[in-house]
Design a protein around this ligand. Structure first.
Ligand SMILES: N[C@@H](CCC(=O)N[C@@H](CS)C(=O)NCC(=O)O)C(=O)O
Length: 212
């Protein structure tokens, strides 16, 4: 059985990449060369018709959508402990965070990074970006309130949701008010980034710490 992750450094592929390193599974990384718009090539569109990164190939399974890939990896390798046991309260909280992170801040980042996709008039682009930034700020405030003084999103239990949050915190490093300026989010990011598996993924993707 062969696992292959189509990735680009720092993109949404970082979440499954960190998970694969946490799991310790054998896998192959396949670079999607965004400099050449390879995510829109005919070959890549066969894997993901949306032309977006990442894609996971697991034998004859070809999977797009970051959160789906993350949930699949957590289920396939339960011994890695990246998700609580099915049917428990913790598992329900885990689903809440995975779904929230993918359909709220991750989706909002799309408007912040690609504001032109959200406007038909070039003059409106800066305003679209500012509005996305304001919404992201509110979203991170809510996540910070929910995290409180917990060690991880699920309290004292580490999960793939913390890896997801680290990736999203990192994406905001160029924002006027980066998520890391919120003390408990910064502390969580530091804890997650210190994990050997995360360090290994960062090294391969050329992501520098502590200024990530
Ligand atoms: N909902 C998708 C979004 C993926 C996404 O937007 N990926 C970005 C990189 S982080 C991408 O492929 N951007 C290049 C493009 O849209 O052409 C997922 O989670 O997989």
């Amino acid at each position: 059985m062969m696992l292959a992750l189509y990735y680009y450094p720092g993109n949404a592929s970082l979440l499954p990449h960190m998970m694969l390193r946490e799991i310790g599974a054998a896998f192959e990384l396949r670079l999607v060369n965004r400099d050449q718009n390879a995510q829109k090539s005919a070959e890549y569109l066969k894997l993901n018709p949306n032309g977006r990164i990442p894609v996971l190939v697991d034998g004859d399974l070809v999977l797009f959508e970051t959160a789906a890939i993350a949930l699949h990896l957590a289920d396939k390798f339960p011994q890695a402990g990246l998700a609580p046991e099915i049917g428990t309260k913790e598992r329900a909280e885990f689903y809440k965070w995975m779904v929230h992170l993918t359909n709220t801040p991750q989706a909002e980042y799309r408007a912040w990074f690609y504001p032109h996709e959200h406007a038909t008039d070039e003059a409106a682009v800066p305003s679209v970006k500012r509005a996305a930034e304001a919404r992201l700020n509110r979203m991170f405030d809510v996540i910070s309130e929910q995290l409180g003084d917990g060690t991880w999103l699920l309290g004292d239990r580490f999960s793939a949701a913390d890896l997801f949050l680290l990736m999203l915190i990192r994406w905001g490093r160029g924002m006027p008010r980066p998520p890391r300026s919120i003390p408990n989010l910064n502390a969580l990011a530091e804890r997650v980034a210190a994990r050997p598996a995360v360090q290994a993924a960062f090294e391969v993707e050329g992501i520098k710490t502590p200024l990530f």
